[in-house]
Design a protein around this ligand. Structure first.
Ligand code: UD1
Ligand code: UDP
Length: 375
């Protein structure tokens, strides 16, 4: 049997972290010739994430612009990925998640009748504007794909309800758990300069926020809730690795820059972020990936969103959906800070891994191999 060429597409930090184990799993089998196409929707954050897994992109389209529009990302990825596919003529394309890179590169594959596999298929919030534009990106990408790699049974049910035929769906677990296990094995202590000001054993909360729909007033409210917490608990520290989006950074700096116990820092390398998740008292975040990781390590996470496409994180994991109201964020965080039993209750609830056991990437590689052996 001839080797099959598979292009794995990545554009942003979470795609890199969650596609990296797939790249490594495919490369571990001689059967595949694996190429990595970076769109460069994120510049530094993408490179930072890939470096941890020792993956170098075969080509980088470098499309990122400051404060870029969705039109810019869509059109430049569609054209750039299309040109690369014309040159390489891959047997399959793998995309991950719900970014505009995901959808536009899947569309470029569809336009050339190249089969597309969607890693992390089937997530749904049920609201096309929450998260925006991710929910639409997921739906459109799932219409295009030949292989839907669903992380959970619930994601599979979402796909079946929309008419995806069962033989196209493979429930694999989420590849973020593979990435997490890989990372925990490789490093367990933080050594980064960003965190050097944090006293040893200081109690701290870990905070991230970046969503497009949270920019403006919702993010202002998140920051106000954080300052209310700092006032109520003067012993408390906060680690806030700021997303590179200037709109996020401006707001965070405005509210938090003068607070002595707040470490407003650049995005952390993945191993340091994993260290911070583990060492924190709990996490506040609007991130998708962090909901999954926090559940896997049994760390409470206050989800700073009104809906989640990862209900497993709330029902079976460590997530608490608190919304974007500053009083609600504050009162939920105070509840966790002042009632230790609540944290133990959450830890006890996470008695199995809703997002898989760290073998998702191997399952994806096996499914692709099985397909090509038959076709
Ligand atoms: C993107 C994805 C979102 C995903 C998030 C992960 C889209 C539309 N959004 O959102 O689904 O959850 O990534 O973080 O696909 N920037 C830099 N350097 C970087 C990265 C970003 O300077 O390394 C700045 C640029 O000014 C850029 C802005 O951040 O224009 C926004 O980046 P963009 O990819 O458009 O949106 P995100 O909010 O990062
Ligand atoms: N992450 C990281 N460094 C940071 C913040 C987050 O490595 O400073 C990781 C985090 O562990 C998770 C991923 O980035 O795996 C989430 O990315 P993001 O929140 O940007 O995107 P989302 O998951 O919301 O799409």
């Amino acid at each position: 049997m001839s080797r099959k060429t598979v292009v794995c597409v990545v554009g942003t930090r979470p795609e890199a972290i969650k596609m990296a184990p797939v790249v490594l799993a495919l490369r571990s089998q001689n059967y595949f010739d694996v190429k990595v196409l970076a769109t460069g929707q994120h510049s530094t954050m993408l490179d930072q994430a890939l470096a941890h897994f020792k993956i170098t992109a075969d080509v980088n389209l470098h499309i990122m612009k400051e404060k870029q529009s969705l039109d810019h990302i869509t059109s430049s990825v569609l054209t750039g990925a299309g040109e690369y596919f014309d040159k390489i003529k891959p047997d399959a394309i793998l995309v991950h998640g719900d970014t505009t890179t995901t959808f536009a590169s899947a569309l470029a594959g569809f336009g050339r009748k190249i089969p597309v596999g969607h890693v992390e298929a089937g997530l749904r919030s049920g609201n096309m504007y929450l998260p925006f534009p991710e929910e639409m990106n997921r739906v459109l990408t799932d219409r295009i794909t030949t292989w839907a790699f669903a992380p959970t049974e619930l994601a599979k049910e979402n796909l079946l309800r929309e008419g995806t035929s069962e033989d196209m769906i493979h429930v694999t677990g989420n590849t973020v758990i593979d990435a997490l296990f890989y990372t925990v094995k490789s490093k367990s202590k933080n050594s980064c300069s960003e965190l050097s000001r944090l006293p040893e054993d200081a109690p701290f909360l870990l905070v991230t926020a970046h969503r497009r729909e949270s920019l403006g007033k919702p993010l202002e409210d998140i920051c106000s809730a954080l300052t209310m917490l700092l006032d109520a608990h003067p012993e408390l520290w906060m680690v806030v690795p700021m997303h590179k989006n200037p709109l996020v950074r401006e707001t965070m700096r405005k509210h938090l820059e003068t607070r002595e116990k707040v470490l407003l820092c650049d995005p952390l390398d993945y191993p340091d972020f994993v260290w911070a998740m583990n060492a924190s008292k709990f996490i506040l975040s609007d991130s998708g990936g962090v909901q999954e990781e926090a559940s896997a390590i049994k760390k409470p996470v206050l989800i700073l969103r009104d809906v989640t496409e990862r209900p497993e994180a709330v029902e079976k994991g460590s997530g608490i959906l608190v919304g974007l109201d500053k009083e609600k964020i504050f009162s939920n965080a105070m509840g966790l800070l002042e009632n230790k039993n609540l944290i133990t209750e959450i830890e006890n609830k996470c008695n199995f891994q809703p997002f898989g056991d760290g073998t998702a990437s191997i399952k994806i590689a096996e499914a692709l191999k099985g397909y090509f052996e038959k076709h």
